[in-house]
Design a protein around this ligand. Structure first.
Ligand SMILES: Nc1nc2c(ncn2[C@@H]2O[C@H](COP(=O)(O)OP(=O)(O)OP(=O)(O)O)[C@@H](O)[C@H]2O)c(=O)[nH]1
Length: 302
């Protein structure tokens, strides 16, 4: 476990260090508040932090408040160390966000007990964070392709509508559908069809900007949304997507030709814009693209 000890008192530093070393901790030891903050702000913050109350620079309780404001996603376990163990002091430290309090001179058995509590709480927290991440992934992302699912896609398009309103830009909302996907499944088998879906998602994602929206709308249908400075930027964007898929070098044994039909609705968003309405128009354009022979883009202006 990565542990930080911040204390200007050499005896306390040495006592804490030698005891914690015995538990196999990766120790970072500092003598003042500013050095402590530098360690806390590293990419991988310490999991367990011992902060002396009175230190040059920033004191331990002030550091605790900063930690609680800034390290929210993966909060470290903070123990305030002080020779003053008055009730008011302990209450103040806990109110600032400390998890525990230990008094000087440090008693080895007491520290061992408190370390065990910290370790237990941190393990539970770790498990919760990991489970949360997994649930988030299941709730927002499509399991097969890794792109957003329909629910997350709708929320993301709403965010893009807001972005376009702020920047006075246009929004292109498109439905992309793989042509004759049933034949691909029937001819090459369902597992190969799955690979097509995965590879197509990867390629389309690579042609988009990080904040453009790509979600799996349904079986072999994908929803794409992108803010545009001018309406005519849409043509280039969707033609790039169409031709990227057409030229996709399939990583399979057999050569599989994959083409897509794309229906696009270009719209200047306002507070009254509705995602479902834009998708409906994109769907009508997609229907036209299929009717016109597939492997085509049809755009409607709104
Ligand atoms: N492999 C695989 N196939 C899927 C998945 N979801 C849907 N499909 C298949 O996608 C096919 C869609 O077929 P259709 O709706 O007839 O459309 P199409 O064959 O693409 O024809 P057009 O859209 O008219 O060009 C069906 O055979 C579905 O079983 C999936 O997750 N994996």
């Amino acid at each position: 476990m990565k542990v930080l000890i911040a204390d200007d008192d050499e005896v306390s530093r040495l006592t804490l260090s030698s005891l914690l070393k015995g538990y196999g901790c990766e120790l970072h030891v500092t003598k003042d508040g500013h050095e402590a903050m530098a360690v806390i702000n590293q990419t991988e913050a310490p999991e367990l932090i011992f902060l002396d109350w009175n230190m040059p620079g920033i004191n331990g309780v002030e550091i605790t408040s900063l930690i609680r404001q800034n390290l929210i996603d993966s909060p470290p376990y903070v123990i305030i160390v002080s020779s003053n163990n008055k009730k008011e002091q302990i209450i103040e430290a806990l109110a600032a966000g400390a998890d525990d309090f230990i008094t000087k001179p440090i008693d080895g058995l007491f520290l061992k007990a408190k370390y065990a509590v910290a370790e237990r709480i941190l393990r539970v927290q770790d498990r919760l964070i990991n489970t949360n991440k997994m649930l988030e992934k299941l709730a927002y992302y499509d399991e097969l392709t890794g792109v957003m699912n329909r629910r997350a896609g709708f929320v993301a398009v709403d965010i893009e509508i807001e972005r376009c309103i702020r920047k006075n830009e246009f929004l292109a909302v498109a439905l992309l559908d793989i042509d004759h996907f049933k034949h691909i499944n029937d001819y090459f088998g369902h597992p190969e069809g799955d690979k097509v879906l995965k590879q197509l998602s990867k390629h389309v994602q690579q042609t988009l900007r990080p904040y453009d929206v790509l979600c799996r709308y349904g079986g072999e249908e994908f929803l794409i949304a992108a803010c545009l400075k001018k309406r005519d930027e849409s043509e280039l964007l969707f033609e790039r997507i169409r031709s990227t898929v057409e030229k996709m070098d399939m990583e399979f044994n057999q050569a599989i030709d994959v083409t897509t039909s794309i229906g696009v609705c270009i719209h200047q968003p306002s507070q009254h814009s509705k995602v479902a309405n834009l998708i409906k128009q994109a769907d009508e354009a997609l229907y036209e693209a299929k009717g016109a022979g597939r492997n085509k883009i049809v755009t409607v202006q709104n």
